[in-house]
Design a protein. Structure first.
Length: 127
């Protein structure tokens, strides 16, 4: 099995302006995703708005400093995520394709494998 992160990205202004029926469609798709994925879902969550985000970066003195905002250059922000454990990327993409955000014109779903550090692969230090 392999672990993947599914990042749900979209236009925050459009998310905030959704009608009740649009929100219901998305919520239904997430419930269906959870049913299909079952125990493959290792973690998930919906993020609060980007105005609540803090980014930690190297400050002028070389020490980390927390600054307001996610500092994304695009109008799309990450609004939620799933971490899943499935046989391969095709299975991850098949599950992610069922999310409503994959069909809307203001959002998208990114599927990316996680590095398996237990298998001796290298990646970001300390992750």
């Amino acid at each position: 099995m392999s672990e993947f992160i599914i990042l749900i990205q979209g236009d925050e202004k459009r998310w905030n302006a959704m009608s009740a029926s649009e929100r219901a469609e998305i919520d239904t798709a997430h419930r269906e995703f959870r049913t299909k994925a079952g125990d493959a879902v290792l973690a998930s969550g919906e993020l609060q708005g980007s105005a609540t985000a803090v980014t930690v970066r190297r400050g002028e003195d070389g020490e980390p400093v927390a600054v307001d905002g996610p500092f994304t250059e695009a109008k799309e922000v990450v609004g939620g995520f799933y971490v899943i454990d499935v046989p391969d990327q095709a299975a991850a993409v098949a599950l992610a394709s069922g999310l409503a955000e994959a069909r809307h014109d203001h959002s998208g779903v990114q599927v990316q494998p996680l590095v398996d550090h237990s298998a001796g692969e290298t990646g970001m230090s300390g992750v």
